[in-house]
Design a protein around this ligand. Structure first.
Ligand SMILES: [Cu+2]
Length: 398
């Protein structure tokens, strides 16, 4: 794990402001969190930033996180400590579990593509979705025996334009019946969302008249288990042209929780219903893998309009979406895309389980801007990424 020269973190030093003076505690939390995620270089940047401020108190308090980042064995020790005080009947936490080579695994991980795919031309957009039982990774070295999609969890991002007819073909390659429920549809669920037997396919259509970003998921009972096992994804119904300002970058983020019966390091973990009912996840992720956009940041150029299309798949916890270092220029709470209903200049917006939200930011100063669920247990458990604005260094990917 290489350390990086001080100059790499210089964008973080720019323009000290009043907001930085109240941000010390926040950055301490962020540093600790990123340590668990083995985002060593981001940490180094944070620590250098703290050092540069001459804030001895903050720097001293961050030392354990720094040790964690530089010493894999120390990381394992921290994990053990975390377990010790998080044990209750049936609720032992595996949050933060990590193998010795977690940092290497995080760097080698191919991130889920957050970039919104292109539209299909014409009035009909067709999509093939394949459900399958497979092992996925939800954090570096942490395996989970999922009911998911060919590509893992979440399922592929579906992008259509308001007014298009959407044709979905669901193929069930899993071992038990599954189904698919599209929140973007106004359609009889007993017909369109019915169970599909193993080995069978089912096709249905709906017209995407309501713009926004919506969840799709398996709706077979117990739904809690089917969603928690990975059977969810996002569909973006883009408003008709001219309704929204043109975005330079469009990123789709699906938040979710993982409830595990083991740490997943040696053998894949499986679903734990007791924890799911208690709403005590082990990991919380953006696009299925803890901290993947810390090591592989999303990018934008300074001054570009970046639009986040966020779905919270749950199954049970909300996501409080926030971008550190900026303020939403425009927020479309709940995915209501009417410009007259939008909010401006707000800091954090809740995306409810089973709901969506759309967020525009425009950042002029180059730097690394974390995006998080600001319900901070979620950050510790993996709902954190970086938006890299401009040509700055200081990430794990280089
Ligand atoms: Cu299912």
């Amino acid at each position: 794990m290489a350390s990086h020269p001080a100059s790499h973190s210089s964008p973080l030093h720019k323009r000290p402001s009043a907001s930085e003076s109240i941000g010390g505690a926040f950055w301490m939390f962020a540093a600790i969190t990123l340590g668990f995620l083995a985002a060593a270089v981001a940490l180094v940047a944070f620590l250098m930033w703290l050092d540069a401020r001459g804030d001895n108190q903050s720097a001293a308090a961050s030392t354990p996180a720094a040790a964690t980042a530089h010493d894999h064995n120390a990381m394992s020790g921290a994990t053990t400590d975390m377990h010790a005080h998080a044990t209750a009947a049936g609720l032992e936490s595996y949050a933060g579990a990590a193998p010795a080579n977690a940092a290497d695994l995080a760097a080698a991980h191919k991130p889920f593509p957050a970039e919104m795919p292109a539209l299909q031309a014409g009035p009909l957009a067709k999509f093939n979705l394949v459900l399958t039982d497979r092992t996925v990774e939800v954090a570096p070295g942490v395996k989970y025996s999922a009911w998911a999609w060919e590509g893992g969890a979440p399922g592929p991002v579906i992008h259509v334009q308001q007014g298009q007819t959407v044709q979905i073909t669901l193929k069930n390659n899993g071992a038990i019946p599954h189904s698919i429920d599209f929140h973007a549809a106004r359609i009889a669920p007993n017909v369109a969302f019915r169970d599909v037997m193993p080995g069978k396919s089912f096709t249905f259509k709906f017209q995407a008249n309501d713009p926004g970003v919506f969840m799709y998921h398996c709706g077979t009972k117990p739904v809690l288990m089917h969603i928690a096992n990975g059977m969810y994804g996002a569909i973006v119904v883009e408003p008709k042209p001219g309704v929204l300002p043109q975005a330079d970058k469009n990123y789709v983020i699906v938040a979710s929780e993982w409830y595990m019966d083991g740490d997943g390091l040696k053998t894949p973990a499986e679903f734990n219903m007791t924890k799911a009912h208690a709403r005590q996840p082990d990991w919380m992720t953006f696009n299925g893998y803890a901290g993947q956009y810390v090591t592989h940041p999303l990018t934008a150029d300074p001054g570009e309009l970046v639009r986040f299309w966020v779905v919270d798949a749950g199954p049970s916890l909300d996501t409080d979406f926030h971008v550190v270092g900026t303020i939403f220029n425009t927020a479309y709470p709940f995915g209501d895309m009417k410009p007259a209903h939008a909010l401006h200049g707000v800091q954090t917006v809740t995306v409810p389980a089973g709901g969506g939200g759309v967020f525009d930011v425009k950042i002029d100063d180059p730097g690394l801007y974390p995006f998080v669920s600001h319900a901070f247990a979620a950050v510790d458990e993996g709902q954190v990424g970086l938006l890299k604005v401009g040509d700055v260094e200081g990430t794990m990917s280089h």
